[in-house]
Design a protein around this ligand. Structure first.
Ligand SMILES: Cc1ncc(COP(=O)(O)O)c(C=O)c1O
Length: 457
């Protein structure tokens, strides 16, 4: 592609993005298509000869966009709502243009050092202690898997060479994200190595049950090695009692990992910093700027006080990747599975600089306020019940009575094209989740969602 052609279509693409971001609600938030529709419409084989860019962009607009679930739609309130903010998109575009691969320092000092700098800025905003090593992975699932690997390395270093690890036991709550179990599966510890500890009425890990489970496993000759607490669970955004769990981890010598994939960002708001209370004692913590820090997917951060454990778990010397032994030349390939690394810090740096700490905190604070307002409205309504505390920007509720009308209600709301909400099961009851987190969502959108919910009954 010649520079002239690139410039022409680059302008066209940026114009399209600007229009799209100005009016994402032009599209239904959930695309009205059936599985296989797009596949059937596209050619079964790739073109032998190149095609004009204009034709490719036309098909993007006509075929791809209408089949996309519009995560940037202000009515996207399912799962955890996310945002590709303007500065984040620009950072992503420029990262694609430079296309560096930050395997080691010399393959791109910019990738490596910007990652170190942005993660240290974020650490300060989160109120985490100085001595933290930060590394970016694609997702929280992968970040947590690395944390579990570091924990395993500390408890059972022989496993790296010999494999196995039978008898190692990991604890997490029955509300933890499935990625914790997946991490144990991927590392070969097995699903049976994971104890899902029961939770209290507010869906928080019960520390009495945690202690009892550890004691039972020790008595059986097993090797407890790690506990994963969650700050902001997926189903309800409940917050495990991290200070008490940290006490237990210390008493039994367990690695404490905190999964704050969604809720961690809220700790940049001074009055919500308490969310991470106790996390300064954690051995590792993950949070996803791509969830609630308005940075495009994907960017997940893993902090740890023990980078040497990650290094011991993953470092392998290869002659073709040798670098000068300058202590400031960080080689991230030594701290995890991936060798190749995208320039993910660039978009995060753009977002952090463009909005600033106070700007980002103000948006999160506002979103939490709207969720609190909605929670109060649901509480005041005789036909609805709230299913869990709503400490952050997500509200779980249901129509009083059986599950079936709730399923119908959710289907009706989602068929409106205006809103997309998701569901979970809480205390055995089908419940609806409404998550606020997109930068385009306003108080008016939240209130309109509440209106549609009531009208759809
Ligand atoms: C608490 C929590 N942890 C981990 C994850 C997994 O995140 P990722 O998609 O980045 O792997 C999620 C996803 O929603 C989550 O809510």
């Amino acid at each position: 592609m010649s520079p002239t052609e690139f410039r022409q279509f680059g302008h066209e693409v940026v114009d399209w993005i600007a229009d799209y971001l100005a009016h994402p609600e032009r599209y239904p938030v959930l695309p009205p298509c059936r599985p296989g529709d797009l596949t059937d419409e596209l050619p079964a084989s790739g073109p032998e000869q190149g095609e004009p860019m204009a034709a490719i962009l036309k098909d993007f607009r006509d075929q791809i966009v209408p089949r996309n679930t519009q995560w940037n739609h202000p009515g996207f309130m399912a799962y955890f709502s996310i945002t590709a903010s303007g500065p984040g998109i620009l950072g992503e575009m420029l990262a694609a243009a430079l296309n560096p691969n930050g395997m080691v320092w010399k393959t791109s000092p910019a990738v490596v050092e910007l990652e170190q700098v942005t993660l240290d800025w974020l650490r300060q905003w989160l109120g985490l202690p100085d001595k933290q090593f930060g590394i970016i992975f694609d997702t929280a699932s992968v970040s947590s898997m690395h944390a579990i690997a570091a924990a395993r390395e500390r408890a059972a270093p022989e496993v790296r060479t010999e494999g196995g690890g039978q008898g190692l036991i990991l604890y997490t709550s029955d509300q933890a994200h499935s990625s914790i179990e997946k991490g144990a599966i991927a590392l070969g510890l097995g699903k049976n190595a994971v104890r899902l500890i029961g939770t209290d009425a507010d869906f928080r890990m019960r520390t009495d049950l945690l202690t009892a489970a550890i004691d039972r496993d020790l008595a059986a000759g097993l090797r407890p090695f790690c506990v994963c607490a969650t700050v902001g669970t997926t189903s309800t955004t409940s917050i495990d009692p991290v200070p008490a769990i940290a006490d237990i981890a210390e008493r039994y010598g367990l690695w404490l990992h905190v999964d704050a994939a969604y809720a961690g960002s809220a700790a940049i708001v001074p009055e919500f910093r308490h969310l991470l209370a106790g996390c300064e004692r954690a051995d590792s913590l993950t949070t996803n700027p791509h969830k609630w820090l308005f940075t495009p997917v994907d960017v997940s951060v893993l902090y740890t006080r023990h980078p040497e454990m990650l290094r011991r778990a993953f470092s392998l010397e290869r002659e073709y990747l040798q670098t000068a032994a300058d202590p400031r030349a960080m080689n991230y390939m030594d701290y995890g599975v991936p060798l190749g690394r995208r320039f993910r810090a660039l978009k995060l740096w753009f977002v952090m600089r463009y909005y600033g700490h106070q700007g980002l905190a103000a948006i999160i604070r506002q979103q939490i306020g709207w969720a609190q307002e909605l929670a109060a409205q649901i509480d005041a309504h005789p036909r609805f019940e709230r299913m869990a505390p709503a400490p952050l920007s997500m509200v779980c509720f249901r129509l009083r009575g059986p599950d079936e009308p709730n399923k119908k209600l959710l289907e009706k709301i989602n068929a409106s094209g205006e809103f997309f909400l998701s569901n979970t099961v809480l205390r055995g009851k089908y419940s609806i989740r409404l998550a606020i987190g997109n930068m385009g969502t306003t108080r008016a959108h939240v209130q309109r969602a509440w209106q549609i919910i009531q009208e759809s009954v």
